[in-house]
Structure formats: structure tokens, C-alpha cells
Design a protein. Structure first.
Length: 400
């Protein structure tokens, strides 16, 4: 049976999860992991490089017990903004070395808001392990200290290799300790526990080291890691909180970008981009030159056909006006003159006689029998005229 760790569990009934043991050292190798289905049952276990780990909706890391210290404390309820300073004051005298460079994290708060346990780990090692997974595309939702997988008064016995085993336990106050011993060695620590989680095959060793009165429960390595899925502990606090993690990732990327290899790649990319921009500018210059040449050719054609015509801005309109001026000089009607509009209107009316007409420059208004103006509209488009109807009046204009 999986136990809660120090606080009510965080249930995710419809979310697949992967729990993995965080890598340690400068060159981390394969990472042990267990993948859980939506019901929380292990469905896959093994070891893989960070970039090859299976993906799940939620990733949870376990920070090994050898990399941290779990201590009991007693801090009253306080705002989160004051908690880091309070932890530093409470734990500074209890640590063997300097507190500088150490990452402190508070355990889950009690129902009244008090803090009963705290964890201490080297900040740089934990940050490096988290960053290695983030760079592999595996962001951690939270990081659980391994001793927190036990409750106070419990122990865990696991095999390290064929000749050694690890004993991890928490005393009655909840503080954690661990030992690496040969299987044939005697355990001189004498931990006082009431219950032990034992890797199958180590039951006799557990009775030898812990005594025959201790209740033993079989716990395979995959089930041991799976306990972190329901644990509320999280070491990602203060400087290692998710927002700070994004800043660390950005800083790491900037450091990589400043390396000689990345600088050469950057210069190459910048050179290629510059050549691309230069090529686009040259092509745009050629297109502008071709446009100017076409405009000059149009102007030459207009000058030859209609001498004295100004620069071409609207070829269609200017050509129409120039032709009208030429017609006027030789005494012919212009495109919007009365004769032209009357001839066009005759094609529209189809033999119908207008009751009255009114002409102004470029505009001929015809008064027709009732209902005939609307009937004449379709024929206007066929004649290339711009017509409109107002009551029984048909307005005829030359198309612009």
C-alpha cells in the first residue's frame, strides 16, 4: 500500500505521470524512471538518457537521499516571503559546513501553517540536475527529496549492487539518515523504526539489521519511485522556483552562445542573412529599373501619338481627354458631346420617343413614359454607357 508522505497527497487521477531519479555529477548517465498511468499504477520502468525518456503529462523528480539532509524544525505560520530567512536562521547552526551555496526548502505545511521539516542540499548540484532535464525537453513539475518517500519511523532497504545495500530511514522526529553497507556487514547504526520497505530478496538482511519486530513490506525499485507521484514535498522553492528555472535556462543558453563553436555558427548565420538581404535589395533595384523603363516607353508612345500630352499619370483618362481635344481641333464631336450621347441613347431606347430631354456637359437626361426608364437600363451596359434612373427619367453619361 502506498503511503502519503508528510501531508495529504496530490492526486492527479486523469493525468499520466513519469517519476525519475535526478542525475548527479557532471556527466550524468542513464536515468532510472517509472511511468504511471492515469490510475497511478506503474506501466513502464527502466533507465534511459534524459533526451530519450518517455513523455507524460506530468514529470516529477526524486533527489537522492545522498545529496541532501532532511531535518526536523519548528517554525510558526508565516508569509512565504519571510520563510527563506526563517529557515536560514533555524538551520544555520545545525549544518556541518557553511550555509553559503546551500539550498533550503521547507516541507509541506501542517494544517495550522507551521513548518515541521526542512531539506538542505547543495544548490549548484540540484540546479545542474534540473537544467540537464530541462535542456532535454523534460520540465519537472516538482522535485521530491527521497527521504520524504518515507514517513517518520520508517526505513527502506535497497540493493546497490551484488555486494552492497543501502539503508535509508527516518527517526521518530522525521529526520533522515542513510548507510551504504556490505551485505555481509553488521549494521551498527541501530535505527529505531517500526516499519520497513524492503526490496524483494533482502528480507533476511532487513531482519538482521533492523530486528525481527519490524514490520516488513515488499517494495520493488519501481514502486519506490512511484511513491513520489503522490508526495507534496517540493524542493523547487526560492531561487530554484519555476520562474527562476526559466532564467537559469536563458543564462545557460547565453553561455553556450558565447562559446567559440556557437560564435562561428552565429557569424555564419549572420553572413547568410546579410547575403539574403543584399540579394533582395538588388532584385528590388532591378524591378524599380524595369518599371521606370516601362513608364518611359509608355510616355514615348503617347508623345508620338499625341504630341504635347503631359506626363502619363492615368493613361486611360489622359488618352480620352487628348482624343477629345484632337476631335475639337478638327470639328468632330467629343466622346461626351451631345451628338455622341444622342447616338448612344438611340441604341438604348430602341425606337422609343422621349417626352423631353436636357443636356449638359457629358450628361443627357431623357424623360420617358412611365416604366420605360427601368426597362432601358439593361441596354445601357451593352452600349458601354453609365446610366441611372430617377422616376421616369433616364440619365445617360459616357463611361469614364
Amino acid at each position: 500500500m502506498r503511503q502519503a508522505c508528510d501531508a495529504p497527497s496530490l492526486q492527479s487521477p486523469r493525468m499520466s505521470r513519469i517519476v525519475l531519479r535526478l542525475p548527479t555529477g557532471n556527466r550524468p548517465g542513464a536515468v532510472p524512471y517509472v511511468r504511471l498511468d492515469t490510475a497511478g499504477s506503474p506501466v513502464e520502468e527502466g533507465e534511459a538518457q534524459p533526451s530519450l525518456l518517455p513523455r507524460a503529462a506530468l514529470a516529477i523528480g526524486v533527489w537522492p537521499a545522498e545529496q541532501l539532509t532532511l531535518l526536523a524544525t519548528s517554525l510558526p505560520p508565516m508569509p512565504q516571503a519571510r520563510l527563506q530567512a526563517a529557515l536560514t536562521g533555524a538551520l544555520e547552526d545545525r549544518l556541518l559546513g557553511s550555509i553559503e551555496g546551500q539550498h533550503l526548502a521547507a516541507g509541506p505545511r501542517a494544517p495550522d501553517g507551521a513548518v515541521r521539516w526542512a531539506a538542505c542540499s547543495e544548490r549548484a548540484s540540484l540546479a545542474q540536475a534540473m537544467l540537464a532535464l530541462e535542456q532535454a525537453g523534460l520540465g519537472l513539475a516538482r522535485v521530491v527529496p527521497e527521504p520524504a518517500l518515507l514517513e517518520p519511523g520508517q526505513a527502506c532497504l535497497q540493493r546497490l549492487d551484488g555486494a552492497r545495500a543501502r539503508l535509508l530511514w527516518r527517526d521518530a522526529q522525521g529526520e533522515a539518515a542513510w548507510l551504504h553497507l556490505g551485505i555481509d556487514d553488521d549494521c551498527t547504526a541501530s535505527p529505531v523504526v517500526s516499519r520497513a520497505l524492503v526490496e524483494p530478496g533482502l528480507e533476511d538482511l532487513a531482519r538482521k539489521w533492523l530486528g525481527g519486530e519490524v514490520e516488513l513490506e515488499a517494495c520493488a525499485p519501481a514502486n519506490w519511485l512511484a511513491r513520489a507521484a503522490d508526495c507534496t514535498w517540493d524542493l523547487r522553492q526560492f531561487e530554484l522556483a519555476p520562474r527562476a528555472a526559466a532564467q537559469r535556462l536563458w543564462t545557460s543558453l547565453r553561455e553556450q552562445a558565447s562559446s567559440p563553436a556557437w560564435r562561428r555558427a552565429g557569424w555564419l548565420a549572420a553572413t547568410l542573412a546579410g547575403l539574403q538581404v543584399l540579394g533582395l535589395n538588388l532584385q528590388a533595384l532591378q524591378l524599380r529599373h524595369q518599371r521606370s523603363e516601362l513608364e518611359r516607353q509608355v510616355q514615348r508612345v503617347v508623345d508620338q501619338a499625341l504630341p504635347g500630352t503631359p506626363a502619363v499619370l492615368d493613361p486611360s483618362l489622359q488618352m480620352s481627354r487628348a482624343l477629345d481635344q484632337a476631335r475639337q481641333r478638327v470639328g468632330e464631336p467629343t466622346s461626351d458631346g451631345l451628338e455622341v450621347l444622342m447616338g448612344a441613347a438611340a441604341g438604348v431606347l430602341g425606337g422609343m420617343r422621349p417626352r423631353a430631354l436636357d443636356f449638359s456637359a457629358g450628361r443627357l437626361e431623357l424623360q420617358l413614359p412611365a416604366g420605360r426608364a427601368e426597362a432601358a437600363m439593361p441596354r445601357c451596359a451593352e452600349q458601354g454607357l453609365a446610366c441611372s434612373v430617377s422616376g421616369d427619367k433616364l440619365l445617360v453619361q459616357a463611361a469614364s
